[in-house]
Write a protein that binds this ligand. Structure first.
Ligand code: FES
Length: 130
């Protein structure tokens, strides 16, 4: 069986187009998720009841009996985020991306929300060590 050069080029271009479409669709699915949970664990003292706390480069948010932690690294290029003066959100000092306290992206250039981290409540009265 012989394949003409024109048919081979057309088939190759079609294969590249299908692969590129799949890759772009995958990127779109990732961007649609505003917050991802990573394996990193933030240890939060159980007896700390502040609404907002910064622990190990993570913002810990307590609301309605729920404790959540978000990386303070901007998902755009990794600058450290600052809590807004009114404590209602976070702003990146580098290019101005903004996020709410649920980790959702408010404005870019970041294309997704903050990375959510796992939380482990710890007993601050227990001796530290192993
Ligand atoms: S690094 Fe945060 S907006 Fe660019």
């Amino acid at each position: 069986m012989s394949v003409s050069r024109r048919a081979w080029v057309a088939e190759s271009l079609r294969a590249v187009a299908v692969s590129a479409t799949g890759f772009i669709a995958l990127l779109g699915l990732r961007a649609a998720r505003p917050v991802r949970v990573r394996d990193r664990v933030v240890r939060v003292p159980a007896d700390d009841h502040d609404k907002l706390t910064v622990i190990d480069d993570a913002l810990v948010v307590r609301r309605g009996g729920q404790v959540r932690a978000f990386s303070l690294r901007c998902p755009h290029l990794g600058c450290k985020l600052s809590l807004d003066a009114d404590e209602r959100g976070l702003t990146c000092p580098c290019h101005g991306s903004r996020f709410d306290l649920d980790g959702n992206r408010i404005s870019g250039p970041a294309t997704r929300g903050l990375t959510e981290l796992r939380v482990a409540l710890t007993d601050s009265s227990a001796p530290s060590g192993r």
